[in-house]
Design a protein around this ligand. Structure first.
Ligand SMILES: Nc1ncnc2c1ncn2[C@@H]1O[C@H](COP(=O)(O)OP(=O)(O)OP(=O)(O)O)[C@@H](O)[C@H]1O
Ligand SMILES: [Mg+2]
Length: 469
């Protein structure tokens, strides 16, 4: 175990040297954030904004080199109405970002904020209310308390352990609480290190996790009642700043499971590859034999990423349901978007189904037995029956939809897919791509889309890719 730990430690020191910001970078970033605070302080009326503070990973010393980001919070007095808060922030923040030569983006879904890129560094200017714990008025009012908690509990060395964890999660697509990812936020990463002391100790624990994973970061007793507050969460991490909140609410069962297997893989064979972007997947031999269908549609209007991805994921599972209802075996599906178009891919057991299928009816003693007979006897699509076998009724029926492509077009045309209403118009002109050959032809020169398809065909998650080399 000691020897293995030695290997792991060597790997981690090497990675840390790459991801830890240099003192000079740190100085520059801090100076930059002070400049922004100074400008915002002059522009916001003091009667409404109580304090302007640096929050997020910069304040907590947990950002990664190359992923520098300045999160600045304008803490409003609770007497300021929400509309006024939003309007003032958008106005002031846009002006400050522009005056520093930055490009302003407004892409928020629920809580207003302004994002700008200044000299390649992302700056988020976020309004919140300055309130006492428990008196939360918006979703981000806890943030200054999160920052304070992490700063008081996380030593300098432990902050580096958070950096390792964040890089590890990033490399495998598990970092981020946004809907597209459904993974681990920066704050969850910090809490996990605070609770387990180091990256290696956390990995050792996580390798033995079994969902639902319940961790009480508040160190109060997590009784049954508290557990019941978050009934369906695969991971419960009680927020020490607010025991009524699950800090890990965004973590999906999928991403939690990936983290568990990833921890097992790393423990078994520690390597720097777990912290790096995986090599591009290669097109396998004879992919044409596989049963893969796709849907491709353009987006005519822009939406915030969380809104868009909520719609994409519900549309994707709507098509899955439609395919299953028609009798197709759906093995897996994935979605891709560059925010101007969306592609959904499904791997099925087969692209087409036999002409006839066996329709199972009720047992003869059931009250519905007679209506089953009346419904199917003499019907145009009944090929045989209805008849009795054992104690049950059956009929052999003719299929109307035999190919996956037809099932997808029909689901689209009839609005059978439980899509977010907002995507309906764009889906009406969706292209149904009937097989892999059509998919590959259609993609043509789009490199990002091509990479998505090749990765989908391979079906290997990033953290397994380097093991297959
Ligand atoms: N959707 C949200 N709801 C509530 N709070 C949020 C939300 N998004 C961000 N925050 C708060 O803003 C802070 C900064 O968020 P951010 O996502 O930038 O994480 P971070 O800790 O700065 O990590 P990094 O920027 O390195 O990914 C977080 O600590 C969190 O408290
Ligand atoms: Mg941040």
């Amino acid at each position: 175990l000691c020897a293995e730990n030695g290997v792991a430690q060597r790997v981690l020191s090497k990675v840390l040297a790459e991801i830890r910001p240099t003192p000079r970078d740190e100085q520059a970033l801090k100076g930059f954030s002070e400049r922004i605070i100074e400008l915002l302080g002059k522009a916001f009326p003091k009667s409404e904004v109580d304090q302007i503070s640096v929050e997020g990973s910069l304040a907590k010393r947990t950002w990664l080199r190359g992923r520098e980001e300045v999160d600045v919070f304008a803490q409003f007095l609770p007497s300021v109405p929400k509309e006024r808060m939003a309007k003032l922030t958008v106005g002031v923040a846009s002006e400050v970002i522009s005056s520093l030569g930055g490009v302003v983006k407004l892409r928020y879904a629920e809580h207003p904020y302004v994002e700008g890129i200044i000299n390649g560094v992302r700056v988020n200017i976020v309004p919140c209310y300055r309130v006492e714990p428990g008196g939360w008025l918006t979703a981000v009012d806890r943030t200054p308390y999160h920052t304070r908690y992490v700063r008081s509990e996380l030593s300098e060395e432990a902050a580096d352990q958070v950096r390792l964890l964040k890089a590890f999660l990033h490399a495998s697509g598990l970092y981020g609480a946004e809907i597209r990812v459904g993974g681990f936020s920066g704050y969850v990463s910090e809490l996990l290190i605070i609770l387990h002391d180091s990256f290696l100790k956390l990995i050792h624990e996580a390798a033995n996790w079994r969902p639902p994973v319940v961790i009480d970061a508040s160190k109060s007793v997590l009784d049954e009642k508290q557990r019941e507050k978050f009934p369906s969460a695969p991971m419960i991490l009680v927020d020490p700043v607010d025991v009524d909140r699950n800090a890990a609410a965004a973590v999906s069962l999928q991403k939690l499971s990936e983290f568990i297997i990833l921890s097992k893989l790393f423990e078994a064979r520690p390597s720097e590859a777990f912290f790096r972007a995986p090599p591009d997947a290669k097109m396998p031999q004879e992919p044409g034999m596989r049963s893969i269908v796709g849907i491709l549609f353009g987006l005519r209007k822009a939406r915030p990423p969380d809104v868009l991805w909520g719609e994409i994921l519900s549309t994707g599972s709507g098509y899955e349901t439609a395919l299953r209802r028609h009798g197709f075996g759906v093995w897996r599906w994935e979605a891709w978007s560059d925010e101007s178009k969306v592609m959904l891919l499904y791997e099925l057991e087969s692209l087409s189904l036999p002409q006839f299928y066996l329709h199972q009816g009720p047992e003869v003693h059931r009250p519905q037995a007679l209506s089953f007979i009346h419904k199917h006897v003499g019907s145009r699509d009944t090929a045989a029956g209805p008849y009795v076998r054992g104690e049950r009724l059956y009929a052999v029926k003719k299929r109307h939809v035999r190919t996956a492509a037809d099932a997808l077009s029909q689901a689209t045309a009839r609005g059978e897919v439980a899509v977010a209403a907002d995507l309906k118009d764009e889906l009406a002109t969706a292209e149904i791509l009937q097989d892999l050959e059509t998919i590959l032809q259609r993609v043509g020169e789009d490199r990002e889309m091509h990479r998505f398809i090749v990765n989908f065909i391979g079906g290997l998650p990033p953290y397994i890719t380097h093991l297959s080399e």
